[in-house]
Design a protein around this ligand. Structure first.
Ligand SMILES: [Zn+2]
Length: 259
């Protein structure tokens, strides 16, 4: 049995057996790893509250090499990101980000840059008034880091430079396709203004991208197009998107009227 130590973020968890917990981690050195935390659901478990969603910790685990599951020996909290868990909108956006990591990465495929991006995103979500923007910036950068960066400067079919009328983001083609070239049926239509915004967001630093002010309709379109892009790359829409939609509806219902 080999003993390993790595930084890790809890990206999923569920009860297992009588008192154990199955935990999905995104680790810096090993990529996505599923571990079993023995007796983690007992009242005085040595893991305490360390295995909550989003928690960043220093993990020690055993790997027998014979099973997909590793044995979690220690998980010491480095940062709990409790502020993301205890706020409904931040929780939804954080859940969306970890779901993207969980679904778009393979087991045991380390991507330290993506790990760093996830930690930075959670840290941002904990303090920002715009967790949705942090999620968008995360999603755009994650797509690039995972090797799916779409080309948005020209039509992928005829090579014509943007701007042209009625561009569509065609995942199969790997970027924009003009209407004359007939984008595939599941291509995502987008406005010329949004193509410009995507270019700007790529050129800006993390902090600048978080602060960038966009007209409400452009901001909404950005969310829809990113969601569509990820859904096509992942093979389905993230489950946490539905949670976010419901959360917003809930806020709408319970918010006191403006006076
Ligand atoms: Zn074309």
């Amino acid at each position: 049995m080999a003993l390993h130590k790595t930084r890790a973020v809890v990206i999923g968890r569920r009860a297992f057996g009588e008192s154990d917990r199955l935990v999905d981690f995104y680790t810096r050195e090993y990529g996505k790893v599923r571990g079993i935390a023995r007796a983690a659901r007992r009242p005085r478990s040595r893991f305490g509250s360390a295995l909550e969603l989003f928690t960043l910790g220093e993990m020690v685990f055993f790997d027998s090499g014979r099973s997909e599951l590793v044995q979690v020996d220690h998980f010491d909290i480095v940062r709990s990101f409790v502020g993301v868990r205890e706020h409904l909108e931040r929780l939804g956006q954080g859940a969306w980000a970890v779901e993207v990591v969980a679904r778009m990465t393979a087991d045991r495929d380390p991507q330290p840059a993506l790990f760093g991006l996830l930690v930075r995103t959670l840290a941002t979500m904990e303090r920002t008034a715009r967790p949705a923007r942090a999620a968008v910036c995360f999603g755009l950068r994650a797509v690039d880091l995972l090797g799916h960066r779409p080309r948005i400067d020209r039509c992928m079919s005829c090579g014509r430079l943007h701007p042209f009328e009625d561009p569509a983001l065609d995942v199969t083609a790997g970027g924009l396709v003009c209407s004359a070239c007939r984008p595939s049926a599941d291509a995502i239509p987008l406005s010329g203004a949004l193509v410009g915004t995507l270019k700007r967001l790529r050129a800006l630093s993390w902090e600048e991208a978080l602060r960038l002010n966009l007209a409400a309709d452009l901001d909404a379109e950005l969310g829809v197009v990113l969601e569509g892009l990820l859904a096509r790359l992942m093979g389905r829409y993230p489950l946490s998107s539905r949670f976010l939609t419901q959360t917003r509806r809930f806020h709408l219902t319970v918010s006191p009227p403006d006076r």
